[in-house]
Design a protein around this ligand. Structure first.
Ligand code: LER
Ligand code: MN
Length: 277
């Protein structure tokens, strides 16, 4: 869909009933999601599975091949949504299970040639684990899990979230500086335009400031609807991504509003308009 450019289009498929109201376009199973993604013209899909043992993940390859799709990334957030796990939890046993949950998805994702995402699994501070201690835990976990991902030939994607979802890192450049300071070379940033609209002074400027650290983009408008239904300026975003030489996915992590197919169509329309020079 975008000859001559190296940005690729993806759309989200959620396989977790507990996240049925989450910002994912397709919720009706893997097969239907892949078919709809291909019909709408996407290059790939991003999956939000129940875990590494989710049978859908184990059987995704033939479906991808049948529909001419690639796998963009796999989310790990079901560990938080379904099991209450996160990486800075006060209970050491819960933190360990959080790492194990993510590690198992990194392995499956590695088999499938895709990166894993740490978004809500980063967690947030508590009275028992204040921010300074939480950041030590986060750096340690990102180091170990990032090295595991690198052994599978993939980056680990770390996603700053808006202030209502985490108080660890909300802004891209600050997260990039944290990764630099800890020598976390195997970790890349997932820049979600919805979170950035809340937290950054300037969305395009926030992307430009992160340069080679940008590893994945969630292509969402300011209101978490498909690009074109809010007030983000996609042209400025694409210009910033081209300026830093980003070569990767623009993945629609948006509400299925007003319908999944209209969200998909609006997303593809925004990409065609801004990616094809
Ligand atoms: C995950 O990619 C994300 O952006 C979160 O806001 C979902 O809760
Ligand atoms: Mn996101």
């Amino acid at each position: 869909m975008h000859e001559g450019v190296v940005l690729k289009s993806a759309i989200t498929i959620c396989l977790v009933p507990e996240a049925g109201r989450g910002p994912f376009v397709f919720h009706g199973g893997l097969e239907a999601g892949c078919r709809a993604a291909a019909d709408a013209g996407f290059d790939g899909v991003e999956l939000f599975p129940a875990g590494a043992d989710d049978v859908a993940v184990r059987t995704v390859n033939p479906l991808l091949a049948a529909h001419g799709l690639a796998l963009a990334a796999i989310g790990t957030g079901a560990g938080f949504v379904k099991h209450g796990l996160h990486l800075v939890h006060p209970d050491e046993a819960v933190r360990r299970r959080a790492r194990e949950f993510i590690a198992s998805i990194i392995e499956v994702a590695g088999d499938l040639g895709a990166p894993a995402i740490i978004g809500s699994m980063q967690g947030r501070t508590t009275s028992e684990v204040p921010r300074e201690a939480a950041l030590v835990m986060l750096a340690d976990a990102l180091g170990e899990l990032g090295d595991q991902a690198a052994r599978r030939g993939q980056p680990l994607l770390y996603e700053p979230l808006n202030r209502y979802e985490t108080d660890l890192w909300n802004r891209q450049a600050e997260a990039a500086a944290f990764l630099e300071a800890h020598g976390l070379e195997t970790v890349k940033l997932l820049c979600d335009l919805f979170h950035m609209n809340i937290e950054e002074d300037d969305v395009a400027g926030g992307l430009a400031a992160c340069g080679r650290r940008v590893g994945h983009v969630h292509w969402a408008d300011s209101n978490r609807r498909a690009m074109g239904f809010g007030h983000t300026d996609p042209a400025a975003v694409v210009a910033a991504l081209r300026m830093i030489g980003y070569e990767g996915w623009l993945s629609a992590e948006v509400y299925p509003w007003p319908t999944p197919s209209e969200a998909a169509g609006r997303t593809i329309a925004s990409l065609r308009r801004h990616l094809v020079a």
